[in-house]
Design a protein around this ligand. Structure first.
Ligand code: BTN
Length: 331
């Protein structure tokens, strides 16, 4: 993006109209440059109401994740200090993997406004339309054995829950292993993929997909009933850069603490937010199993008591609730 378009963008405010003259004065631009900027920003998908002479106002929820929009207010030391932005990619995880293989440092991020081959867990498709959601992959280089990589996804989900409650005072639920739920429906998922190096981790790609301003009615019917977005839950549009920054800040804090102290200190908070705690579930995967969830164990595996009341540990698999929860919602 040309620097002066970005400077114009930063002066546009969702809460009030800004007059062209004010923009010209503050930014040292003539009227034609201001109007050219508005045209360019609109062509990029920004929703800007008004014009000359009544002033311009940016619609809330139409912000993009350009590095220039995200970086200025980002309070991190490492995460997101370099952001590679694309309007469309096949999958941010795929490009992040290439960059990490070529030596990209911890904290570097790949963001896309849309993905044409977004991937979820268990080889599922991650629906990734443009202009509404957040899709990104964060490169991490933790020194740890490969068996612990799944813990990073658990913590990324926890970080996102913390961000939502810090910024919007809401309490998302967590569904093992790494889904974030709002009002009984899935709003975000995490796909962490790692490459090893002689038993240890060489790098981890932590891929995060968040439904932010998506209208769940735009999803295919088979997904619609089970999915939501942050804005659908809150009832108003959500600025994507604000949520993205909050997540990078919260996850950075959690991650560096985790590298020193391990997963255990986070287990009680995770269990408190878990939508499965105390619920009867079915685990599908290599082994089919039913039981009542007891919580995370210190390694991040799911503890449950099976139908005979025998304690079981689930390391991987897909989990579904058998009984409707208190609100009658199910996943
Ligand atoms: C899941 O819940 O199944 C995980 C979904 C992960 C989706 C994100 S979007 C950004 C990154 N790129 C991908 O292709 N997938 C992850």
């Amino acid at each position: 993006m040309e620097p002066y378009h970005l400077r114009v963008l930063r002066w546009l405010d969702p809460r009030r109209r800004v007059f062209g003259e004010e923009l010209s004065r503050r930014l040292g631009l003539n009227a034609s440059a201001v109007s050219k900027s508005m045209g360019w920003l609109r062509s990029q998908g920004y929703l800007i109401a008004g014009g000359y002479p009544g002033g311009y106002r940016r619609d809330p929820g139409s912000e993009f994740l350009y590095p220039g929009e995200v970086a200025p207010d980002l309070k991190t030391r490492v995460f997101g200090k370099r952001i590679n932005y694309f309007s469309e990619l096949d999958s941010t995880n795929a490009l992040a993997r290439e960059l990490a293989s070529a030596g990209a440092p911890e904290g570097e991020v790949v963001v896309a406004d849309s993905q044409n081959r977004g991937r979820g867990r268990l080889d599922r498709v991650w629906i990734s339309p443009p202009g509404v959601n957040i899709y990104f992959s964060l490169i991490l280089r933790p020194q740890m054995p490969m068996e612990r990589v799944a813990q990073i996804s658990l913590l990324a989900a926890l970080a996102l829950a913390r961000s939502c409650s810090r910024v919007w005072s809401i309490s998302p639920g967590l569904k093992w292993p790494n889904d974030v739920f709002l009002g009984g429906k899935k709003a975000a998922g995490i796909l962490s993929e790692a490459q090893g190096d002689g038993g240890g981790v060489r790098f981890v790609i932590c891929g995060v997909g968040i439904n932010v301003n998506l209208d769940p009615g735009d999803l295919p019917p088979e997904v619609r009933e089970r999915a939501t977005s942050v804005s659908a839950f809150l009832g108003h549009p959500v600025p994507r850069p604000q949520l993205f920054r909050a997540f990078l800040e919260d996850f950075e804090e959690i991650y560096y603490d985790f590298l020193i102290r391990g997963l255990s200190p986070f287990v009680p908070e995770w269990n408190r937010l878990s939508i499965l705690e105390g619920k009867r579930i079915r685990v599908s995967g290599e082994r089919e199993l039913e039981g009542v969830v007891v919580g995370l164990d210190p390694s991040g595996a799911l503890r449950l008591n099976d139908q005979e009341g025998k304690p079981r540990i689930i390391l991987a698999g897909d989990v579904s609730l058998i009984t409707a929860d208190k609100e009658g919602k199910c996943c």
